[in-house]
Design a protein around this ligand. Structure first.
Ligand code: CA2
Length: 148
């Protein structure tokens, strides 16, 4: 089983500012956490981060036929990008949306998620743990377990 984990714009700056919202750990720590979460479950993983919408669309398209499931934190593109939504719909891979912060309790413009319309589940406000929950959910889903 192979997953693609996508992180969107500015998440590469984690730990530099707004620790009250995003925590104190940096992006490298997040990537280590994701790798370890997948390793513990026997899942192969590809990590992708970009600040560019089109590059994220390319990464989603490139997953087709190669990847079993996608975990995506589209960051600010969550709230704006129909292109990312369309790419997720086009590849028809199971995808899970993750946000480090609890977007439901933030500004009104963060209440809409386009990418989420193509996702089977979302985890918000759990910090890094949301990525692990997404990985576990996707694994159960792909294994056809009943409790998902
Ligand atoms: O909570 C999340 O994971 C978000 O996807 C993070 C995005 C934000 O636009 C979404 O609404 C929610 C922003 C990521 C920016 O990360 C920063 C890193 C360092 C300093 C400031 C922001």
């Amino acid at each position: 089983m192979k997953f693609l984990v996508i992180n969107g714009p500015n998440l590469n700056l984690l730990g530099l500012r707004e620790p009250d919202i995003y925590g104190r750990q940096d992006f490298r720590a997040l990537e280590d956490f994701i790798r370890e979460s997948c390793r513990a479950e026997g899942i192969e993983v590809e990590l992708f981060q970009s600040n560019h919408e089109g590059a994220i669309v390319d990464a989603i398209q490139g997953a087709y036929g190669r990847i079993d499931g996608i975990v995506i934190n589209p960051a600010a593109y969550t709230h704006t990008s129909v292109a990312i939504l369309d790419a997720l719909k086009a590849v028809q891979l199971p995808a899970v949306e993750v946000h480090i912060s609890d977007v439901s309790r933030r500004e009104s413009f963060r209440q809409i998620s386009y990418a989420g319309l193509a996702c089977i589940k979302r985890y918000i406000g759990l910090g890094f743990e949301g990525y692990r929950q997404a990985i576990l959910f996707l694994k159960d889903y792909l294994e056809g377990n009943e409790n998902v």
